[in-house]
Design a binder for this molecule. Sequence first.
Ligand SMILES: Nc1ncnc2c1ncn2[C@@H]1O[C@H](COP(=O)(O)OP(=O)(O)OP(=O)(O)O)[C@@H](O)[C@H]1O
Ligand SMILES: [Mg+2]
Length: 465
Amino acid sequence: MKPLPRAAAAHVLVIDDDLDLLRLLSMRLHARGFRVSTATSAEEGLARIAVEPPQLVVSDIRLPGLDGLALFDEIRATRPTLPVILLTAHGTIPDAVQATSRGVFGYLTKPFDSKRLLEKIEQALQLSPLGGNGHEDGTGEAWREDIVFRSSRMAELLEEARVVAASDASVLIRGESGTGKEVLARAIHRASRRARAPFVAINCGAIPEPLLESELFGHVRGAFTGAAKAHAGLFQSADGGTLFLDEIGDMPPALQVKLLRVLQERAVRPVGATRAEPVDVRVLSATHRDLEAAMTEGQFREDLYYRLDVVTLTLPRLDERREDIPLLANSFVQQLAKKYGKPIAGIAPEALEALAVAAWPGNVRQLYNVVEQSCALATTPLIPLTLIQRALRVPALEAMTYAEAKQRFERNYLVQILKLTDGNVADAARLADRNRTEFYRLLQKYELTPAMFRSAPGSSGLAER
Ligand SMILES: Nc1ncnc2c1ncn2[C@@H]1O[C@H](COP(=O)(O)OP(=O)(O)OP(=O)(O)O)[C@@H](O)[C@H]1O
Ligand SMILES: [Mg+2]
């Protein structure tokens, strides 16, 4: 596997409360071509990481407030792929040793030789495929250009995706319907060393069982009635590349066994063939189902599950990353304006707000559909709130004054009650608990006459009930 190219100027965050040491380290690292930022406490360091994640953190263990170990735990929790190197003074060496077993990349004992530090940094960066965080250099980000996001949830997920992409591990992508499982699968393929080889996707739930086997593994000529020609399966088509098994939870049990064998033996036997052919395929799979439940019910094989689920990536629901909504919506508008050839520039601010707070059971796909419907109907450069509400099926609350709303209510109420009483004012007034004079005054106000409601034969039929 060839190492992914690293960004020219890797960004290193150095945290130490010793200002002299901080200055010295900055100078040395800077001289070696690193981009350096500094912090004098773990808290400040965490803030810097949140604002602009570096490729590497070098931190003293002893710090005021949170110490270096607590800092490391915090980083592990949110950015498991960000390497950390700890600096220890004499008394904290045992802590540092213990920390390496928890995943700290390494430690150096003060006073240390800056050559050793630089070596450690180089090693850590070589192992870490994070060749830049995409904000400052623009290199190496093409793999995820189809994925629009700004939430830290997605940023973290994509960081992990990039790391696993560099390996050949099987990845199970989970997430509710419409959260972007397939876009993520394609992105992982593009970020992997297999990027130039094919990406082949199949929806295991959409193909009838008898066809699925031959679709996946191929068949030889005469394998079954109608098999006039040999047919290469998707595993063979994806050779050297990635096979995406979508809706893996829908795979019939008989085929689960066969799939497991292919994954174990790295070889495929086409239907009707006597020998298996070797294939080199990386498998990504996805499901919106609860595979654990399917396993308990005996619907899904446990051994296959562990083969497929070497690494799990779970896409958050759209309502768990609402900060992505405006960005996604605007990006869809741009795509759709092109598609429909309409000069739509964007979405009105109040309409964007409505999108940002809406319920999204269908996740990103539903957002796309809402924007598409609004674009199709738009007649103005900015998509207005009313169109968005219509697409969201939100009852439009028109901007009315209180007086207007009250009038509308009164008119409707009077009409209802007169319909009920066939235009009998005495009965209507009694139902409304108003005296007749008052009731007549109300009718006058709305230009309603009792005659409109009388269901005499041959009348206008207004009194239908
Ligand atoms: N982060 C994103 N940025 C841009 N487009 C996205 C993003 N996530 C999803 N989409 C778009 O939303 C739609 C649904 O995405 P995708 O098909 O990947 O979802 P899924 O999780 O596979 O859904 P399902 O479970 O229904 O198969 C696609 O049109 C996809 O391009
Ligand atoms: Mg899908």
